[in-house]
Write a protein that binds this ligand. Structure first.
Ligand SMILES: [Zn+2]
Length: 235
């Protein structure tokens, strides 16, 4: 019985450890190394709109038009491979004066990558962004929000924080996602300093493209201004 008891305790500990590791890799505001940021200090009535993934040739112009009409700046966390594949869309983002962030080279799960592979994901994407003629700050956001050990360690050696978010409407709304629901959730829920995670550059993101003009208008009515991620973080 004592041996069986020890085995049982061992199994429970292993399961707890595995579960803890999973939670840690998903945690939005905790990591082992380096700095992780999720929002601005809220001293000013501003938010940062952020768009992850892409760019795509078809849908990026729709977002850019809505931002231009609303006179709003945003931050686009782009995937290096897609920057190279869709240079016109990427250059249009730069030319419109938006901030461009690094969202890895090909959006891999980075949890079990070697430090050299992680570093290549980041540096190759930086190079693709710079090749557009972009000379602003390049914040980094990990794909899937996964961080764990190697990625935060590499980032801390590079002196770059992991830029996450404080508002995540896609996850909150899930299957309930419609343009109306998204607009209402963001406009009513936003607080000063929020970094708002949006996706808008793929066919499945039609609701986001449809909602964007109303989101900008509604937030303006609440007195919000729009800034880049670097600006909201005090950069
Ligand atoms: Zn992503």
């Amino acid at each position: 019985m004592r041996i069986l008891g020890r085995i049982l305790i061992g199994i429970v500990l292993l399961v707890a450890l595995a579960y803890g590791t999973l939670l840690l890799s998903r945690a939005r505001d905790f990591q082992l190394f380096g700095e992780i940021v999720t929002r601005g200090d809220g001293a000013e009535q501003v938010v940062a709109l952020t768009f992850d993934d892409g760019p795509t040739a078809a849908d990026t112009p729709v977002l850019l038009r809505a931002l231009e009409q609303g006179d709003a700046v945003a931050t686009f966390f782009l995937v290096g491979r897609d920057v190279v594949a869709n240079p016109e869309a990427a250059r249009a983002i730069v030319d419109a004066g938006h901030e461009v962030g690094n969202h890895s080279w090909d959006h891999p799960r980075m949890v079990f990558m070697s430090p050299a592979a992680v570093r290549a994901q980041i540096e190759d994407t930086d190079a693709a962004i710079r090749a557009l003629g972009y000379d602003g700050a390049i914040p980094f956001r990990p794909p899937f929000g996964k961080k764990l050990v190697v990625l935060p360690w590499v980032l801390s050696r590079m002196g770059r924080p992991s830029v996450m978010w404080s508002m995540e409407p896609d996850t909150y709304l899930g299957a309930e996602m419609t343009a109306e629901a998204l607009t209402e959730y963001v406009v009513e829920g936003a607080e000063a300093g929020d970094i708002i995670l949006l996706h808008g550059m793929f066919p499945a993101n039609a609701a986001t493209r449809e909602a964007l003009p109303g989101i900008i208008e509604g937030l303006r009515e609440r007195g919000f201004g729009f800034v880049t991620v670097s600006e909201i973080l005090g950069g």
